[in-house]
Design a protein around this ligand. Sequence first.
Ligand SMILES: [Fe+2]
Ligand SMILES: [Fe+2]
Length: 303
Amino acid sequence: MTPRGPAPDGACTPLHPTQRIVGPLAQMHRAQIERAQWPEFERFDAARYDPELRHQAARNWWFRARQEYGSVLEFSALLHALTRVGAPIELTGALGRLITDEARHAELCRAMTVALVGEERALSLPWEPIGMPYPPAPQGGAESAPEVLAWAADVLLTSCCIGEAVSRPIYDALIAVTTDAVPRDVVRQILRDEHLHASFGWYALEWLLPRLGGPARAQLDRVLAVRLGSFERTCSAGVALADLVDKELVIEPPAEDAAPNLGTLGAEAFAMIFYATIEHDILPRFEALGFDALRAWRTRHTE
Ligand SMILES: [Fe+2]
Ligand SMILES: [Fe+2]
């Protein structure tokens, strides 16, 4: 039901991203998210699976919906800042595409959660408020461009280059281990866009770097060490790099009689993919852009 005006006591009606609305706005949203084949959620047979397995998977999908919604916030703040200082239309146009993709991903993950445990149960799952993991963009018009570009470089480096580059192989692995066609299709649809998102980050940062002043560029090297440290803390989920020495990650399609998997990945697999992506993809790309990325990784830390 669409909230209409303030509540009787004058307080604002609380909002939640997963609230449904009806009418033209919902139709516009549906047209946007159905621009590619929408997964056949009605074919998901929940009764085939143990309720505990479904609930555990639902918590994962709900968490992902929140993360995807968080990407809408980060990318729209980036778009707003870059547009304010007159960034090229091509850059803002491409970034606009990313925002609509992330809204679509949030909807896909929400729908998967509902397919797993039903609407009522899904809506009762915890959804922590979304916050920006960055300070606010510097204010001002075109004259603030140097500060805004330095701020944007941090967001691009963190959310697009590292964040999107890590999510790609995670989703690749999820496709491999998921045993049911519906959640696998959901992951596949998200993954198709994440390839583009990571590429956007690297191209946009390449465009931006020569436009930074010397001090801002030097600061970005220090920022990289902090961002790498923060990602490690989040993605390794308590699994230390030393614990993974001599371990080999084998992600392969499940055997016929494998235990069902509805789109979840264990903490150790997650950590191994993170470290492998850092070593083989992210650090070499930062090096190619002129960062001393190996040093940043060696000296990584959290604030
Ligand atoms: Fe996404
Ligand atoms: Fe993305």
